[in-house]
Design a protein around this ligand. Structure first.
Ligand code: F6R
Length: 617
């Protein structure tokens, strides 16, 4: 949710921290701050709003020091202002802490500290940590060697914390030391030349670190200008081989595009090209064949856009492979999981691999699967764009969608990648069960054409959606309609528009309109209707007619709807097999949302109140 960067070495920390924070800004951007330490002085600078405000402040009042910690915040406890921004300090201003995650018992700890006379300066849960560290330092001073003091004080403090967190700490009295801890929130250590780093996500380390180590839960790292030491939860030294980090895997360059989101929408033809080969070759991915064996039903756990991809997946599993499937909001599932039946495959879908609700739901399922079928390999699969994430460590089988780093907060190319992963699995399951049925063959043939068709649609639709966006200047509500496999695309179209343009939008199965939502329609409410030929095509057109009769402005997405004279505007899609059509119908949805938001002058890549990975419940 928030972004953490910390560094120590031979170079000035502040510029490195700002560069790292810039690359992590997609994780949260309502306030930012950094602290550095030099002998005798701890400097802290914080600013409300985006990183640019912190940068401006630092230009006026620079901070020095080769050891420092930085943070970009997505507020959970306390308003997004400078007071609540991180780093948070102890009362003496000698211990500084940045934290990503949530300290669940912070109220209790705060009360306890206040009873001991500590005064708090913020509303954050994080502030308990510097106070606890300061107290532990006072308790331990003189009883342990000075080189162990900070590490042991942080260990003593984190023993009292409940929740999920990653944190980094610096201390005035040891300007050549930085301590970081991971517990159920991502944290990486980066090794560069004469410079060492911690960060909550890999892009922050690209270009500055040549290799990385991902900390395990409960693990602590002690960084000095000479290197990095790792300690397990019991305080024992541990050793791990770092993985090389290829900087170009995480390049965050907009190329010729105005926003990352637009660039990422256009990258979808490449994502598809890479996937089509995999879709056809999927059974060769060994660990997958094991997990897909003997599957009788599937349950899918996800949030937001990933849940929409899961809905497409469930449709494919049922209609292509004949396997009953259910899709759950991970946040609901974790508190009311339905009974688990034998031979159920559980799939967690999360592009970031860090969504707290999805991880918690999967953890529950892991236990339940083990209890139900102790003698078979765990039927648990994760679909993600980040195989190096917490999800990658949690579940035994991962399908990496390999869509490349996605910076725009609104998910686009990762959504396409997730859907493609489902096509691959469904085709595999369908062939396993029914051999090469006509439907499977037709889907495979349609998929082979997808990269070329996507390129065409992207090219043709960009200008059209940009023109169409002018008509949305005063729009307050939009309705999206779809049926069958395109119903999740209607949901996704509405979510994309809401997220980045702040226009109220809802997606409905077209047949549901007349059961209530139709009351909303008048000439001020545009209706975007996906009308792809298939068993429900005529029904979709009738549903659109019903909207038109209420004076709604009708935008159609489909190949032949131009002939129907129902739609005021048509965004044409090449004729494709209906089951494959979501991979194309989603494009105008994304481009329309993008252009409406861009036309309104909004910050498309960093919409208000959102963050790229949601690591809190
Ligand atoms: C939509 C969006 C969110 C995420 C949701 C789940 O554009 O970005 O709705 O889809 O927070 O995130 P992941 O996929 O990382 O689990």
């Amino acid at each position: 949710m928030c972004g953490i960067v910390a560094t120590i070495g031979s170079r000035e920390a502040a510029p490195l921290l700002l560069q790292g924070l810039q690359r992590l800004e997609y994780r949260g951007y309502d306030s930012a701050g950094l602290a550095t330490v030099t002998p005798g002085q701890l400097h802290c600078c914080k600013a409300e709003g985006k990183l640019v405000h912190l940068r401006e402040k630092l230009e006026k009042t620079p901070v020095s020091g080769c050891c420092g910690i930085g943070h970009t915040r997505w507020a959970t406890h306390g308003k997004p202002d400078a007071r609540n921004a991180h780093p948070q300090l102890d009362e003496a201003g000698s211990v500084a802490v940045v934290q990503n995650g949530i300290i669940e018992n912070h109220r209790h700890l705060r009360q306890h500290l206040e009873q001991r006379g500590v005064h708090f300066g913020s509303d954050t849960d994080t502030e308990v940590i510097p106070h606890l560290v300061a107290q532990a330092l006072a308790d331990l001073r003189g009883t342990v060697s000075p080189t162990d003091l900070l590490r042991l004080a942080v260990a003593q403090a984190v023993q009292q914390l409940e929740g999920a967190y990653a944190l980094a700490v610096i201390w005035l009295d040891q300007p050549e030391e930085l301590v970081a801890v991971r517990y159920r929130a991502p944290l990486l250590v980066g090794l560069g030349e004469g410079q060492f780093f911690c960060a909550s996500d890999t892009p922050a380390l690209a270009g500055v670190a040549s290799s990385i180590v991902s900390l395990e839960d409960g693990e602590m790292a002690r960084l000095t200008p000479l290197g990095v030491e790792l300690f397990d939860q019991s305080g024992q030294r541990t050793q791990r081989t770092p993985h090389p980090l290829r900087g170009d895997d995480y390049t965050t360059d907009k190329r010729q595009f105005r926003h990352f989101m637009l660039k990422e929408i256009h990258e979808q033809a490449d994502v598809a090209a890479a996937w089509v080969e995999r879709c056809l070759a999927l059974p060769a991915e060994d660990s997958l064949t094991t997990v897909l064996q003997d599957v009788q039903r599937v349950q899918l756990l996800a949030c937001g856009t990933s849940r929409h991809a899961a809905l497409v997946g469930a449709h494919l599993f049922e209609q292509l492979a004949g396997i009953p499937s259910s899709v759950h909001y991970a946040s609901e599932f974790r508190y009311a999981p339905p009974p688990l039946l034998p031979r159920t495959l559980t799939i967690g879908v999360t592009q970031s691999g860090e969504t707290a609700d999805t991880l918690a739901a999967l953890t529950i399922e892991m236990e339940r699967h083990r209890a139900l079928e102790p003698d078979v390999p765990l039927r648990l699969l994760g679909i993600t764009n980040r195989s190096d994430s917490s999800l990658g460590r949690l579940v035994p089988h991962i399908l990496d969608i390999r869509a490349g780093v996605e910076i725009g907060v609104a998910a686009t190319k990762t959504f396409l990648g997730q859907m493609l992963a489902f096509y691959a699995i469904a085709l595999h399951l369908a062939s396993q069960r029914h051999g090469a049925s006509a439907q499977v063959t037709a889907c495979r043939q349609a998929l082979a054409q997808l990269p070329e068709q996507l390129s065409q649609v992207l090219h043709a639709m960009d200008r059209r959606c940009a023109d169409l966006a002018h008509g949305f200047a005063e729009t307050r509500d939009v309705i999206y309609l779809g049926r069958g496999i395109n119903y999740p695309i209607a949901l996704e179209g509405a979510l994309k528009l809401k997220e980045i343009s702040y226009i109220h939008a809802e997606g409905y199965p077209a047949g549901e309109m007349k059961h209530g939502p139709i009351a909303l329609l008048d000439q001020h409410v545009p209706v975007v209707s996906i009308a792809m030929p298939g068993p429900v095509f005529e029904k979709v057109l009738s549903n659109a007619q019903e909207a038109k009769a209420r004076d709604a402005h009708l935008i159609g997405i489909g190949p032949v709807c131009a002939d129907t004279e129902i739609f005021d505007v048509v965004l044409p899609i090449p004729p494709v097999h209906e089951l494959v059509s979501p991979l194309l119908t989603v494009v105008p949805m994304q481009l329309l949302a993008y252009h409406v938001a861009a036309h309104r002058g909004l910050d498309v890549d960093q919409p208000r109140n959102l963050a790229k990975s949601v690591t809190v419940e």
